[in-house]
Design a protein around this ligand. Structure first.
Ligand code: ATP
Length: 199
């Protein structure tokens, strides 16, 4: 699995459509302080479903939309697309090319697309689970993250190893099944109450 390119439009410091190509090997982004280097990794986090405004270095989700300058008016929406080469099928999606898109409007409306088809956030989360690249993955190491990992509680640190070992997906599915079982149990209790009232 390789990240081929990142398309950014209306996101933070990128009012115009900007395409970053990633070739084989290492890509380094250089630029003056405050020029928007970290906004690129924020864009990757965001398109992969990041919901924490703090992690995105914002105070509200609307802050990811280009908010204008004296020369340029603010944009109405932000859109980011991550293009991935999936010819090794590391992502459980039967296509060589996978394009994940997230769009967010000032109205608060939001959309996720997978190869241009609308999907839910949970579809994006499930797609990247256990790949290390997802929302809770370890592929993006922000400033201060190493310190946070070293001083994290052992339970939190275990989650990182579980993601690397590829078992997060099963933990997630187990929690979901337990939730469904609880709901079914509650329904049964209610049903028994009604039945006993009828008898
Ligand atoms: P440093 O080298 O200091 O870490 P950087 O190149 O990583 O800096 P970023 O942190 O990516 O820079 O970008 C910060 C800039 O992004 C600030 O100038 C800030 O005003 C601008 N910015 C953040 N959100 C928006 C937005 N919604 N609209 C326009 N500009 C924004």
């Amino acid at each position: 699995m390789l990240i081929r390119s990142l398309e950014i439009q209306g996101f933070k410091t990128f009012p115009d459509k900007t395409v970053l190509q990633f070739n084989n090997g290492i890509t380094a982004v250089v630029g003056p302080n405050g020029s928007g280097k970290s906004n690129i990794s924020d864009a990757v986090r965001w398109v992969l479903g990041e919901q924490s405004v703090k992690t995105l270095r914002c105070t509200k989700m609307e802050d990811v939309i280009f908010n204008g300058t004296p020369q340029r008016k603010a944009q109405g929406f932000a859109e980011v697309t991550l293009n991935i080469d999936n010819s090794d099928r590391r992502l459980p999606f039967d296509k060589d090319e996978v394009a994940v898109t997230r769009r967010y409007y000032r109205s608060g409306e939001s959309e996720y697309l997978l190869n241009k088809a609308a999907v839910r956030l949970r579809d994006v989360n499930e797609l990247f689970m256990d790949t290390g690249l997802g929302r809770d993955g370890y592929s993006i190491i922000g400033q201060g993250r190493i310190d946070a990992i070293v001083s994290a509680r052992s339970e939190d640190r275990r989650e990182i190893f579980e993601e690397a070992a590829g078992i997060s997906r099963y933990r997630y599915r187990k929690a979901e099944s337990e939730h469904q079982l609880d709901a079914a149990e509650e329904n049964l209790v209610r049903l028994r109450d009604i039945l006993s009232e009828l008898e």
